[in-house]
Design a protein around this ligand. Structure first.
Ligand SMILES: Nc1ncnc2c1ncn2[C@@H]1O[C@H](COP(=O)(O)OP(=O)(O)OP(=O)(O)O)[C@@H](O)[C@H]1O
Ligand SMILES: [Mg+2]
Length: 314
């Protein structure tokens, strides 16, 4: 359904700085009707890669295909039309505050080129019904809870009846219960409407709950991929240390004044993992344990720092 081939996105250098390789030679195949999770730490390039799929951010190089259409070969009106098959929801909901819930959803149909007001109303009502929020159609976003706002955002993305739904951290502003509700709606949309879902998150719990396939990103690259079902298999250990780190949940904080030491206890998975099996993914500059007093700059550095400050996996 979605095919990314050697996709790279480089942002031009600020004065005196190096250019940023936000996405670096990523190839990924996402089957129709599946749920693909993309996980990684802040700055790994997840949002940029997601925006590459609908060309909200046009890649610097590489090919993006969605449903057999090469989007990277399109421009102008043809690209605008092709994008109708791709809905997107954002971390910050992005609702227009001075429009009602229904008007917010109708607006996306207007942007998609639907000229008939009656059709816009019907489609908006249909989309609001899918996420069970019809009773809030006439209220303004300020009167909604976070979970309700996110459901409206899902309705807005569904109104154009897309084949693909791109979700950028859709639950990171929500409490665990509301997160479960929103994820359930995404699962239902996937199962009942057959929509292919791509979800970016930094929470492995979200991946475990929802995804079929997982891609782990670090420094712009997909460093590892596995079936989400593996996460439930006893003894499963991701190949890369970043993958293992993300699998081990929990946060440990030193309250005795030992300095910043973000990270979690190595999980059972870490203990069984073969540190030599990373196959180059962690051999970038970030793999070196940071010199004392210097903060690790990459996620790998953080992993290494955590491991060294804890004496490594026990
Ligand atoms: N428009 C832009 N111009 C310049 N640099 C950018 C731009 N957008 C992103 N970047 C840089 O690209 C890198 C990847 O950013 P991106 O937003 O894709 O990361 P992310 O994995 O989504 O992080 P987070 O989890 O914090 O949302 C970062 O170093 C970021 O500063
Ligand atoms: Mg992001």
């Amino acid at each position: 359904m979605i095919s990314l081939r050697h996709v790279s996105t480089t942002f031009p250098a600020a004065r005196g700085k190096d250019p940023i390789h936000a996405v670096d030679d990523v190839s990924l195949e996402i089957p129709r009707g599946s749920i693909q999770g993309i996980i990684g730490f802040s700055g790994a390039g997840k949002s940029t890669l997601l925006r590459n799929i609908n060309l909200l951010e046009r890649p610097t190089s590489g090919e993006v295909r969605v449903g057999g259409t090469e989007l990277t070969g399109l421009g102008g009106e043809a690209l605008r039309r092709a994008r109708h098959q791709i809905g997107m929801i954002f971390q910050g909901f992005n609702l227009v505050n001075n429009l009602t819930v229904a008007q917010n959803v109708e607006l996306s149909l207007k942007f998609a080129g639907e000229r008939d007001r009656r059709v816009r109303r019907e489609r908006a009502a249909e989309a609001l019904e899918i996420v069970d929020i019809t009773e809030k159609a006439k209220v303004y976003p300020a009167q909604l809870s976070g979970g309700q706002k996110q459901r409206v955002a899902i309705a807005r993305a569904l109104a154009t009846r897309p084949e693909v739904l791109l979700c950028d951290e859709p639950t990171s502003a929500l409490d665990p219960f509301t997160t479960a509700t929103v994820l359930q709606y995404l699962a239902d949309v996937n199962r009942e409407l057959g929509i292919t879902v791509v979800i970016v998150t930094h929470e492995m719990e979200v991946i475990k709950a929802l995804a079929d396939h997982v891609a782990v990103m670090e420094s712009g690259r997909v460093v590892e991929q596995f079936h989400a079902a593996e996460l439930r298999r006893e003894g499963f250990a991701p190949r890369t240390s970043i993958g293992r780190y993300l699998v081990s949940d929990g946060i440990s904080v030193d309250r005795r004044g030992g300095g910043v030491r973000a990270g979690s206890e190595p999980s059972a998975a870490d203990q069984g993992a073969d540190p030599g099996a990373d196959q180059g993914a962690d051999q970038g500059p970030g793999a070196d344990p940071p010199a004392s007093g210097r903060e690790p700059r990459t996620a790998s550095g953080l992993v290494a720092a955590t491991a060294s400050s804890e004496g490594g996996p026990r």
